[in-house]
Ligand binder design. Structure first.
Ligand code: EPZ
Length: 420
């Protein structure tokens, strides 16, 4: 497994481009299975999770055309198998996103149950209950979700007990081809859900209310092809801005969407950052100052994203004062705290809150990534530490950050990848 070696002590300065959002690209690729004509998905990030989804399509015999910019043209009507095998699903939970489209378009689907992962048990009961409410027969056996339909799915009123991003996306995709109206209540409002809905509408779906907690869908008989460009990654954007703030730096991020990260920008201003933005760019300038500690509580959009929590925890490790970070979405998303303590961070976990008092700098240490965003926070901690920090198991990082070392090098970081 590759490792990243980071030599800390440099302020991040410079400009980088933000890639397409992984968590919009994955449901939009899955949505292409609903169409009876080719769907071209553009602005895809070059990430392992995207490759895994393409591999999954290959497993199902779906023909794809991929160009040099990694735009992918999906020909769903060439599909031969309706099974998502465990070997692939175990490496990427988001494979569950093919369940709704396969069932709605082809009447049957077998998708391996995604296991839990480092950050929590992450059940998929709400996906299953939503499809059953639309008339699907679902059996969970031998580690697989086996779904079938006698004829078309029926529109239904579905209430999500918990706000679930991929649960909302799976049901939204199934409802697009169902017979009649579906109402999704307590639906996820994330920008990635909105991006999926906009793509489905371009394919001919009839959807209203996306971006609110109640989405109405009038099912249609068929969905046609289209070309759709995925929105910029708001978590990647936040990750680099927080890294710059933590190092007292000054950066500009381009090809991004400032309008969907209010919670992050406001928190960075609280940390003492001078933040400016236009339509598709954001600048952050710390004027060489140490950040102030911040407190936050993660929750579904538009509140502070759980996927940015670890990065802010890294900032708090060296910030002036005491900060409290509360995680309300996942039950086990503080593993990075234990690694940062090994680097000298003054942090303690009380229940679902990490309380930290900033130190002037951390000490380099060998650390281990446990999940995608925790690994990004350990890279940030490495930027802040005296000496060479070695981050192991960075396959987690490669799942969600396109060319992270190149982008950080563009910002002046001393970082390099070593094959282990
Ligand atoms: C999506 O995961 C994202 N992944 C996650 O990003 C993100 O952290 C998460 O949403 C929350 O924003 C993708 O979009 C591919 P959830 P998802 O269903 O949909 C519970 C990253 O770093 N729940 O919104 O799997 C669940 O246990 C990843 O890119 C049920 O109880 O998350 C959790 O506590 C990590 N039953 C809460 O809901 C269900 O059927 C939110 O989970 C489904 C979820």
């Amino acid at each position: 497994m590759d490792k990243l070696i980071i030599t800390g002590g440099t302020r991040l300065e410079g400009e980088i481009r933000i890639s397409g959002a992984k968590n919009a690209a994955l449901p939009i690729l899955a949505a292409a299975l609903l169409a009876d004509e080719p769907v071209t998905v553009c602005n895809l990030p070059h990430l392992h999770d995207i490759t895994t989804m393409i591999e999954l399509f290959g497993c199902m015999g779906v023909e794809l055309l991929i160009d040099e910019k990694m735009n992918v043209e999906v020909h769903a009507s060439t599909i031969k198998h309706l099974t998502a095998p465990y070997e692939l699903v175990k490496t990427m939970r988001a494979s569950i996103l093919v369940l709704g489209p396969l069932l709605a378009r082809f009447g049957r689907a077998e998708v391996a149950l995604p296991g839990g992962c480092a950050i929590g048990s992450r059940p998929v009961d709400l996906h299953i209950r939503g499809l059953e409410a639309m008339g699907a027969d679902i059996v969970v056996e031998d580690g697989y979700i086996k779904a079938s339909m006698k004829d078309r799915l029926k529109g239904a009123r579905i209430f999500f007990d918990t706000v679930t991003v991929t649960g909302t996306e799976n049901i939204l995709m199934a409802a697009a081809l169902a017979d009649g109206e579906s109402i999704l209540e307590n639906a996820a409002r994330e920008p990635e859900v909105v991006d999926l809905a906009e793509c489905l509408i371009r394919m001919g779906a009839k959807i209203e209310g996306h971006g609110t907690d109640t989405i109405r869908v009038q099912g249609v008989e068929r969905l046609h092809g289209c070309s759709y460009s995925v929105l910029p990654d708001r978590i990647e954007t936040g990750t680099y801005l927080i890294a710059a703030a933590a190092t007292g730096g000054k950066i500009k991020v381009k090809d991004t969407r400032p309008d969907i990260i209010d919670s992050i920008l406001i928190k960075l201003q609280e940390a003492g950052a001078d933040v400016q933005w236009g339509d598709d760019w954001i600048t952050l300038d710390m004027h060489g100052k140490r950040p102030k500690a911040i407190s936050l509580k993660t929750a579904p959009y538009p509140a502070m994203p759980t996927d940015i929590q670890a990065q802010f925890t890294a900032l708090n490790a060296v910030a002036e004062g005491t900060g409290k970070i509360t995680e309300t979405v996942f039950e086990n998303r503080f593993m990075h705290v234990l690694e940062m303590k090994r680097m000298g961070a003054q942090m303690d976990i009380e229940g679902n809150t990490a309380i930290s008092t900033g130190v002037t700098n951390l000490k380099a240490a060998p650390v281990m990534a446990t999940d995608l965003r925790a690994s990004a926070s350990l890279v940030i901690a490495g930027l802040l530490a005296e000496g060479d920090t070695v981050v192991d198991r960075i396959y987690h990082i490669d799942r969600g950050y396109e060319c992270i070392e190149e982008k950080l090098q563009l910002l002046g970081a001393k970082i390099r990848r070593v094959p282990s």
